[in-house]
Design a protein around this ligand. Structure first.
Ligand code: SF4
Ligand code: SF4
Length: 186
């Protein structure tokens, strides 16, 4: 499957509502802010090949104003080489149908250990996400869709490398609060 088909397929699975209600109303979409409480700018990493597969050649290519972060400077696996990063501008509104993987998967992170995929919630959080206190309310179709989406994305070698790298780092720093085997969630 080509990378653009992989991304669109993953977006389809990862498009389920998190809760029965709109979770953004619980927190004024806290995870979409582009400045921290102390005024520091924060943004979102796109996954490897996501920009090229989804946004390049569309109107979003210019709107996103991506920065290219090299593995020589940032904590990015050398074999991934670089990742695109951007600051979301809520005032322009969410481009919801094509929102990136990171926006879809949060608060779950993909975790690979001995080749097995699980979903984890990290201890270290930069967002005060109310969902972290309501994990039992997350829709099963949301969890299933996120898992399925990551399974599909892991076909892209650089995505797999990045997920493996982040998983090792998470283990090294004991940064797992909850870990879900897909069978536990469903
Ligand atoms: S994922 Fe969490 S922080 Fe983001 S909008 Fe939903 S409840 Fe708010
Ligand atoms: S793309 Fe949408 S969901 Fe993602 S950070 Fe921007 S406003 Fe939030």
């Amino acid at each position: 499957m080509s990378y653009d088909k992989i991304y669109l397929e993953a977006y389809k699975y990862m498009g389920e509502k998190v809760l029965e209600e709109d979770c953004g109303l619980l927190c004024n979409s806290h995870c979409c802010r582009n400045k921290t409480e102390t005024g520091e700018r924060i943004g979102i990493y796109l996954m490897p090949q996501e920009f090229e597969s989804v946004y390049q050649g569309t109107a979003l290519e210019h709107r996103l104003k991506v920065e290219r972060h090299s593995s020589k400077i940032y904590y990015i696996p050398p074999r991934v080489k670089f990742l695109y990063y951007f600051h979301c501008d809520k005032e322009q509104g969410c481009f919801r149908e094509l929102r990136p993987i990171q926006c879809r998967s949060y608060p779950f992170e993909p975790h690979l250990e001995k080749g097995k995929l699980t979903l984890v919630i990290e201890k270290e959080q930069i967002h005060h996400c109310p969902l972290l206190d309501r994990l039992q309310d997350l829709r099963k179709d949301f969890i299933k869709g996120i898992y399925k989406g990551w399974e599909i994305l892991l076909q892209i070698p650089e995505v797999r490398l990045l997920v493996e790298y982040d998983s090792q780092e998470r283990i090294r720093c004991s940064n797992i609060l909850h870990q879900y085997l897909i069978d536990d969630c469903l």
